[in-house]
Ligand binder design. Structure first.
Ligand code: GUN
Ligand code: ZN
Length: 450
């Protein structure tokens, strides 16, 4: 067993359902006892140490230990496309994303990108992700292979489209069925990997292809993900391709793809009807705030999602999103709600941490295992320890309480501040060794050894 000593914070409840102020669980000098990757005891360090005097201690004082982040929408083949600014969705797809995605037809290119992609996730503190894959089955093998070796919790699927996109990226319903079945057989349920059925969006998916998605989704434990209601031009085009459907959501719902295993990315322009249907189905929205801002897609109607009872978690949406950090996504989510004025939802730091952790765990059906640092959960954690004298270090040193410290972490934290990452008790990332700075605040500096 290992006893981790740290200042720790998590949000075990749902701040959209309960009063957020009471939901931030904080141990300013805490102890987490971990056996076989699972948290078996949690409390004040002195208490846990007192009952386990012989266990090995990993000292993570200085900074804050958070649950590992859960990214519910991120594109494997788009890491090298990050930063294509100045275009709305459909132009950006054709000019930036799709030409890059076509390069993954080459297996060795895909292997290189898979390595970069997984490093991008873990080095940002993300331990679990729902990954939008590649159009190419071989590239998916490269991703799953690398993901298995990485130790991260990855749910991913081959992207399918049979119209609208460049020819190299198109499949047929039959081919998508064969490749999907083979990938499920090879990877679904292997270690921490699962398969997600992933039509790109209904704009690029015919009815027969969506039928195949329904078929693949019959495999127990598979997930469903796609895009919806991101951009008004996209919404209009979907309407012309599906004259028999009154709402974008119906293009999926008609094929029984909207269930409690569905995560729909964006949903910026959702109608009330769609929110009602999603809520009833227990489907989740992946909110991708930097992407929505970068592509000018719009300001996410969080208040309406909450009103209808639709679960919302965060997605980085790399590469339309501007990086892997869910701290940045949380901050941008906050900005978007501020910009909506009275129509916005007043997000607190507790909401932001929940959106980046527990909400994603629920969206992915993994809340019994990850999302917070409670007893019985896997030890999936991100240790944020700011660089000495960095602005984050300075302001954390002056944090008045845990809530204030958390606000500062979302305002200023970056992947450079992620000093260590664990999944199932296994350390997957370390930003380097060396002595800690001297004691000052429980949020930024180590305290005196007891
Ligand atoms: N809609 C269809 N494909 C994509 C994509 O790759 N990124 C985003 N943001 N939206 C999409
Ligand atoms: Zn996306």
């Amino acid at each position: 067993m290992t006893l981790y000593r740290a200042t720790m914070m998590d949000v075990p409840g749902d701040p959209f359902a309960e009063e957020p102020a009471g939901l931030l669980a904080v141990e300013s000098d805490g102890g987490l006892l971990v056996r076989d990757g699972v948290i078996v005891e949690r409390g004040a360090y002195a208490d846990v140490r007192g009952s386990h005097p012989g266990e090995e201690v990993t000292d993570l004082r200085g900074g804050v230990l958070l649950p590992g982040f859960v990214d519910t929408h991120v594109h494997f083949p788009q890491i090298r496309a990050i930063g294509g600014l100045g275009m709305p969705l459909l132009d950006w797809l054709h000019r930036c994303a799709l030409p890059e995605e076509a390069r993954l037809a080459d297996r060795s290119y895909a292997e290189a990108v898979a390595g970069e992609f997984l490093h991008g996730l873990v080095s940002s503190g993300t331990t679990t992700a729902l990954v939008f894959g590649s159009h190419f089955a071989e590239a998916m093998d490269a991703l799953f292979d690398a993901a298995a070796a990485s130790g991260l919790r990855i749910t991913a699927g081959q992207v399918s489209s049979d119209r609208v996109l460049p020819a190299l990226l198109l499949t047929t319903a039959e081919h998508a069925r064969d490749e999907g079945r083979a990938l499920i057989e090879r990877w679904h349920g292997k270690g921490r990997l699962r398969y997600a059925v992933t039509p790109r969006f209904s704009l690029s998916a015919s009815e027969p292809l969506l039928d195949v998605c329904e078929e693949l989704l019959q495999t127990p434990g598979t997930w469903f993900t796609t895009h919806i209601n991101e951009n008004t031009a996209e919404v209009d085009q979907v309407a012309t391709y599906f004259p028999a459907r009154t709402h974008y959501l119906d293009t999926y719902q008609h094929h029984n793809l909207i269930t409690d295993r569905s995560v729909l990315a964006h949903n910026v322009h959702a109608t009330d009807h769609e929110l009602e249907v999603m809520a009833e189905a227990l489907a989740w929205a992946a909110h991708c705030p930097t992407s929505n801002a970068a592509l000018g897609s719009g300001l996410f109607p969080l208040r309406r999602h909450v009103k209808y009872g639709v679960g919302v978690a965060l997605g980085s949406d790399v590469g339309a999103g501007t990086g892997f950090s869910l701290l940045k996504e949380g901050l941008q989510a906050y900005f978007a709600q501020q910009l909506l004025g009275p129509a916005g939802y007043p997000l607190t730091p507790v909401h932001l941490l929940y959106l980046a952790t527990g909400a994603g765990a629920r969206a992915l059906g993994l809340a019994d295992q990850v999302g917070d640092l409670g007893v019985g959960k896997q030890f999936d954690a991100a240790w944020l320890r700011p660089q000495p004298r960095s602005t984050l270090d300075v302001v954390l040193g002056h944090a008045t309480d845990a809530n204030d410290a958390l606000a500062k972490i979302f305002a200023l934290g970056t992947p450079a501040d992620v000093a260590g990452v664990w999944v199932g008790g296994q350390q997957l990332h370390s930003a380097g060794e060396g002595p800690m700075p001297s004691p000052c605040s429980p949020y930024s500096r180590p305290q005196e050894a007891a």
